[in-house]
Design a protein around this ligand. Structure first.
Ligand SMILES: *Cc1c(COP(=O)(O)O)cnc(C)c1O
Length: 380
């Protein structure tokens, strides 16, 4: 049996008629950049998330960069984020001229450890970028409380978490959290949310794409200008912007897929639950906790005792694809060699994490096969 970590084909086959029709109509319209399809997607996503503005851009990376620029963050400023994320999170901070400051993560949620946040705040700190890693909402109540106290912006990196819902900071309890936030979609809790539609994400296009969401008119207006060369109207450029427009083909595909996202996220959760049942009591691994609202962009286990790479090869030999997200904390990438900021938990997890196959159409038989092979590895 061949089980890749992700297979995008079954979803296309399922939606082929609908998607092909939508693509054909865009081709007929010859309206390829922004235009009615992008506007419709922006409206539909704003409505889905319950947020005032949604602005389609070229990628998740651009969504972060433009969000930071719209908040007027730049040279001399510091932005706090997680070292355990895709490089783009920190790259966006550096790209606008600011300095990323890394705060270690909580080993159970893989997200920012809010208890370590305050000591990292300086006079230069302007914002916090929590990452909802693997589709698990970060501890937004604590992050918002700290941001309010120190007058900081909160930009949510929702690249892996379209449709994820916040249900409290703690994994099991629901106490001590800001009740007003419970039940809100990620991206609508901070001041700005940044989404990616990279094809492998939970809501994936067939090319690059991203979106910025916010309730604030002035941020939305700046973001709309920044995505088209800093111009409110043509030939009236007011600032250095970007060419970061979402294209209509991607928007029409995303509009089809948006109708299914809740169903797909539920299927991901079901797969995570099945893995957790089938892998319960396997010694030498730690399973992810299934908290309410988690959309399992990745299902990531921790493999203890230095066995991770061995297990990865063992599974590969049996046709099972796995990935390591992420093999190095961001502050240890060559580009940040001068910034090294020790993050012992992120360091440890970089050696332990292994993401298993997960996508909505992954069959029960395949999940069972993966789990059996993992059991086998630890039992021989
Ligand atoms: C994918 C991803 C991004 C970047 O999105 P692109 O659309 O690829 O630019 C940023 N942050 C995180 C956490 C991601 O997973």
């Amino acid at each position: 049996m061949e089980i890749p970590i992700l297979d995008l084909k079954p979803q296309y086959q399922l939606l082929k008629a609908e998607i092909d029709k939508a693509i054909a109509s865009v081709l007929e319209s010859t309206q390829f950049i922004l235009g009615p399809e992008v506007e419709a997607l922006e409206r539909e996503i704003a409505q889905y998330l319950g947020v005032k503005h949604a602005i389609g851009v070229n990628s998740g990376t651009d969504a972060l960069i433009i969000a930071l620029r719209a908040l007027k963050i730049g040279k001399g400023d510091e932005v706090i984020t997680s070292p355990f994320s895709f490089y783009a999170t920190a790259e966006a901070i550096s790209r606008v001229g600011a300095t990323p400051v890394f705060v270690d993560i909580n080993p159970e949620t893989f997200n920012l450890d809010v208890n370590q946040l305050t000591p990292k705040i300086t006079e230069k700190t302007k914002a916090i970028i929590p990452v909802h890693l693997y589709g698990k909402p970060a501890a937004m109540a604590a992050i918002k409380a700290i941001a309010t106290k120190y007058n900081l912006w909160v930009v949510e990196d929702c690249a892996q978490a379209f449709g994820a819902v916040y249900y409290g900071d703690c994994l099991e309890c629901q106490g001590n959290c800001d009740e007003k936030l419970i039940g809100k979609y990620v991206g609508t809790i901070g001041h700005v949310g940044a989404f990616s539609f990279y094809p492998t994400k939970n809501l994936g296009a067939y090319g690059d794409g991203g979106m910025i969401v916010t309730d604030r008119d002035e941020i939305a207006e700046l973001a709309r200008m920044l995505r088209v060369h800093g111009a409110r109207k043509s030939y009236h450029n007011e600032m250095l912007g970007y060419n970061s427009r979402l294209d209509s083909l991607q928007a029409c595909i995303l509009r089809v897929k948006l109708k299914y996202i809740d169903q797909w996220n539920q299927q991901r959760r079901n797969i995570a639950e099945t893995y957790n049942q089938l892998l319960a009591n396997v010694e030498g691994i730690i399973l992810p906790k299934i908290s309410k609202g988690h959309v399992f962009h990745q299902y990531t286990i921790r493999v203890l005792n230095g066995k991770r790479d061995e297990l990865k090869s063992y599974l590969a030999e049996r046709g099972i694809g796995t990935m390591i997200y992420y093999p190095r904390p961001i502050d240890q990438l060559p580009v940040y060699k001068d910034y090294y900021q020790p993050s012992p938990i992120a360091n440890q997890l970089a050696k332990e994490v292994l993401s298993l196959p997960i996508y909505p159409e992954l069959s029960w038989e395949k999940v069972k096969f993966v789990a059996e092979k993992i059991r086998e590895f630890f039992e021989v």
